[in-house]
Design a protein. Structure first.
Length: 330
């Protein structure tokens, strides 16, 4: 681990000013950053501790929107009664992630910023060829063991998955991230994450001297009837082989789909919205055959790298099962 300077910021302005220095990282829960520092993947010269910044750990559920501060703990949001009632998918995506100990430490803002679990990315001593860590060096995963890698949103430069769960649910429901730097800006979570293209080292739209201060999720009808399904190799403390965040709003007849929201995780280089599947389902009757037929489009454009081919078959099944669960026809 590289030697670093440490600053305990007293307010947001001080934290932002300090973070404008080169080679600086924010420290909140530290559940990802400290691991990567120990592996020499992250090598900041300066750490800015933001754990006690005032006003950033709030959770507010109003009639129109859910607002979550960036420093709210994963466990607190997952257990919040208002969140559970208004947005089951948000709660489920959080308590199905990581372990209880990590959820008690990890912040919501940090959860969005977590980096890939690609073993080639996380082992600079053994693999120098990682475009995400060392731009222009190549991608060891393409010809390596790539069972846990992406089949959607990939490029020749990178096939690493985005590992998180919560961001998948946020993307499904048009959530926005609030960013503060020299000024404040609000962007869609879906647009916050970047495709790898030829620059997989650029993962998001956060610039030096900026920090996430909160998240806003509009309360649409489909959010209340929502679900997060996570399929993985073991029942706990495991990343998704494939996951789906879904929500449905029905017409008054109780069987026609008025609105539907779908995003998938564990299979793409960023949280992946399935707008084609959504469009295919709106106005259709809610039944198993219709859901399975539409879900087949979930992997349009998917590309296998060998060991991860099973994800192309698995993903439509996960999407259909999640929709059947939330539609009470499972």
């Amino acid at each position: 681990m590289r030697t670093f300077d440490y600053l305990h910021a007293e307010d947001v302005s001080a934290a932002i000013e300090a973070a404008a220095q080169p080679e600086t990282k924010f420290l909140a829960g530290g559940t990802t950053l400290l691991d990567l520092m120990k592996l020499n993947v992250e090598r900041p010269a300066h750490l800015v501790d933001i754990t006690r910044l005032p006003g950033l750990n709030t959770i507010d559920v109003s009639t129109d929107v859910i607002r979550i501060g960036a420093l709210a703990k994963m466990s607190k949001v997952a257990a919040h009664a208002g969140v559970i009632e208004a947005a089951p998918v948000l709660s489920e995506s959080l308590w199905r992630a990581a372990s209880a100990q990590l959820r008690n430490m990890a912040s919501i803002g940090g959860n969005l910023m977590q980096r890939t679990r690609c073993m080639y990315f996380r082992d600079p001593g053994a693999y120098s060829n990682c475009n995400k860590r060392n731009p222009g060096s190549g991608c060891a995963a393409v010809e390596g063991v790539n069972r846990n890698h992406a089949v959607l949103g990939t490029s020749d430069a990178c096939i690493a998955i985005y590992p998180g769960d919560f961001a998948v649910s946020l993307v499904a429901f048009d959530a926005k991230v609030i960013i503060r730097g020299s000024s404040e800006r609000i962007i869609a979570v879906e647009e916050f994450f970047l495709l790898p293209g030829e620059t997989p080292n650029l993962e998001h739209q956060l610039s030096p001297g900026e920090m996430i201060v909160g998240i806003e999720i509009p309360r649409v009808a489909a959010l209340q009837r929502s679900h997060y399904l996570k399929v993985r190799d073991r029942a706990s403390y495991e990343f998704a082989a494939a996951s789906a965040a879904v929500g449905i709003e029905l017409e008054e007849d109780g069987k026609t789909i008025r609105d539907v929201r779908i995003a998938v995780g564990g299979v793409a280089t960023k949280p992946w919205r399935l707008r084609t599947v959504e469009d295919a389902l709106r106005g259709k009757t809610l039944d198993e055959a219709t859901l399975r037929t539409a879900a087949a489009a979930a992997v349009e454009g998917a590309k296998s790298s060998g060991h991860n081919a099973f994800k192309i078959e698995l993903t439509p099944k996960v999407v259909a099962r999640a929709l059947m669960t939330v539609g009470d026809i499972a």
